[in-house]
Design a protein around this ligand. Structure first.
Ligand SMILES: [Zn+2]
Length: 500
């Protein structure tokens, strides 16, 4: 029996959906793992009094583009302990992992094999120098790739397709933990190529994280066709396909999309999806589906697009065209719902059964006219902006959907943020067995928060951390202590398929 431990957490209400636990208990942590539960007579180097607070497994975010130190810091205050770039992914994955390891990260991290980056390598013929010249952040490099050429969005020959699959598999061997498929951004790729990628996913037992080819913006089409394509690929190959951001991707037909997905899941199709609690999204303004001609034909007014750098909604299609030409990689916001904040339709979408929460967090960008802003400062300086899902996805789900609206049970919100994302990856990544729960031997990744005091930061600028997360441990090391960020704490490690 353990008589001493590193950290003892007393008096808190532990909610651990994997073990159906909801009780006030004592948690002992030793060597980065959960050493005991409910044992009172332990001595510890440090005692955290969690009275009146909730203790939950640290949130696992399968969809964050904010893969740098400031992005992780903001996510820490959103209760996140493990954050993955799965939608865009990276290629070469080894470079992304090396970059993260060399700088250090507050939170655990991982990358999928990036299909779009891989397409660019093959179709644009990138050599090592061209690859090395791309920005480190996968989302930024995607912006540069799309600004440089257009071959990356062309149909591939049979030979090129083979090379794309070979390179993707190379990424899986190099530590990728899934396959990221930005299909809606390279929509000219042929359906057979998606099928080949799904076959690879099935063969390697790696889920695909897909931004659908056909979203809500395309005239004459509906997102249902985009979902159907994914369901067919899963059925034909047996691959697990995870659809990114149901809230935006299915926004014009959420009810029909919901019925379609639930029916397919009931038939046993390996298909999952995710949500973030906002009625507007964010992406590079150069994205193909934001072509002003497409928007106009689909009856979408220009004012649904707001460049992040100015915060001012576009006044005309011509303005959108100009912004796309000036800098296609700049970020913008896209409104999908009438009331993009607390609308009843959005609340209904957010209760989709079986969907997990994932932030789609975005990297910070300077406001227009700001020049250089040092985003390594903490607290963050003024003059930066980001979609608020970067600061408040999970805390907003807790505060809005549970505390304020009573739409979801507390344990349901926590399950969608912990055990459900862990389960999505456990087949492929044994290390995920120790995450998403706080049973004996689990990784001591946990969050302690005050539900009543939770204040999700939902402003686009200034960007501030959400409030209410009192303590956050990653592998037993404090990253947030008594509500303060420990700026030197970089305990995050790479989650790899080969971890023991
Ligand atoms: Zn996306």
């Amino acid at each position: 029996m353990t008589t001493t431990c590193d950290i003892l957490i007393t008096g808190g209400r532990l909610i651990d959906p994997q073990h159906s636990t909801d009780e006030i208990t004592t948690i002992a942590i030793s060597q980065g793992r959960i050493a005991s539960l409910g044992e009172q007579s332990l001595e510890a180097d440090r005692v955290i009094d969690a009275s009146g607070k909730i203790i939950a497994p640290g949130f696992i975010d399968v969809h964050s583009h904010a893969q740098n130190i400031p992005g992780h810091r903001l996510q820490a205050f959103d209760g996140v302990t493990t954050t993955f770039e799965m939608e865009a992914g990276a290629s070469p994955v080894a470079s992304a992992l090396e970059w993260a390891a060399s700088e250090g990260r507050p939170l655990n991290y991982g990358f999928s094999a990036g299909w779009l980056h891989t397409r660019a390598r093959v179709l644009e013929n990138y050599d090592d120098d061209a690859l090395a010249a791309l920005p480190d952040l996968p989302l930024d490099s995607m912006g540069v790739i799309s600004a440089q050429g257009s071959l990356w969005n062309a149909p591939a020959t049979a030979e090129q397709r083979e090379e794309i699959i070979r390179l993707l598999e190379e990424q899986l061997d190099a530590g990728a933990i899934g396959i990221g498929v930005l299909l809606g951004y390279a929509a000219e790729a042929e359906p057979a190529e998606l099928m080949a990628v799904a076959e690879l996913g099935a063969r390697r037992n790696m889920p695909l994280f897909v931004h659908t080819r056909i979203g809500p913006m395309l005239p004459g089409k509906t997102p249902l066709e985009g979902i159907e394509e994914l369901l067919e690929a899963s059925l034909a190959t047996g691959a697990h396909i995870h659809m990114c951001h149901f809230n935006s991707s299915a926004s014009s037909h959420p009810r029909e999309a919901r019925e379609k997905i639930l029916a397919a899941q009931a038939e046993g199709v390996r298909f999952t999806t995710e949500l973030y609690p906002y009625g507007f999204s964010s992406t590079v303004i150069g994205a193909g589906f934001l072509d002003p001609e497409i928007l106009e034909a689909a009856g979408r007014p220009p004012g649904i697009i707001t460049p992040v750098a100015t915060g001012q909604p576009a006044e005309s299609y011509a303005e959108i065209a100009r912004l796309r030409q000036e800098d296609p990689s700049q970020l913008c916001l896209i409104r999908y719902y009438q009331d993009p904040w607390d609308g009843a339709d959005l609340a209904e979408v957010m209760s989709l059964p079986g969907a997990l929460f994932a932030s789609d967090a975005m990297p910070l960008k300077p406001l227009q006219g700001q020049g250089e802003v040092d985003i390594m400062q903490w607290p963050l300086p003024e003059g930066v902006s980001a979609h608020p899902r970067s600061t408040a996805c999970f805390t907003r789900a807790l505060a809005w959907l549970h505390r304020d609206r009573g739409l979801l049970e507390l344990s349901d919100v926590i399950a969608r943020s912990t055990v459900m994302p862990a389960q999505l990856l456990r087949g492929a990544i044994p290390a995920m067995e120790r995450k998403g729960h706080l049973g004996l031997g689990a990784d001591a990744d946990l969050v302690i928060f005050d539900l009543e005091a939770l204040q999700p930061n939902t402003s686009i600028s200034p960007v501030e951390a959400s409030r209410g997360v009192e303590h956050l441990l990653v592998g037993g090391t404090p990253v947030i202590s008594d509500g303060e960020l420990l700026t030197g704490a970089l305990p995050g490690g790479a989650v790899l398929p080969s971890n023991p």
